[in-house]
Design a protein around this ligand. Structure first.
Ligand SMILES: [Zn+2]
Length: 91
């Protein structure tokens, strides 16, 4: 029986520039149940922090659960080299 040998490929992991990262926060303050107030999803952390400041100002709540999400792309070395050449070596 023939064994398949997988060649190790040192993929580079990059953030997918075609998909927006997502930031959000949820207020988890409260004794018996979480407040649950949400910032909504934003493309950068600024508006999320602003939401937190405003909510804390209004309610005195000071604990938040923050979530960040983005997309990653795996690139084989040949592609990384090709991209570097296309971009004139600037990276
Ligand atoms: Zn709250």
């Amino acid at each position: 029986m023939k064994r398949r040998v997988f060649r190790y490929v040192p993929f580079t992991i990059e953030q997918d520039q075609t998909a927006e990262p997502e930031y959000e926060a949820r207020c988890v303050s409260g004794d018996e149940s979480e407040c649950g107030a949400q910032s909504g999803t934003h493309r950068d952390p600024g508006p999320v922090e602003e939401c937190q400041r405003k909510h804390t100002q209004e309610t005195g709540h000071r604990r938040y659960r923050r979530d960040f999400g983005d997309y990653a792309v795996m690139r084989p070395p040949a592609e990384v080299a090709e991209l570097a050449r296309v971009n004139g070596g600037a990276a």
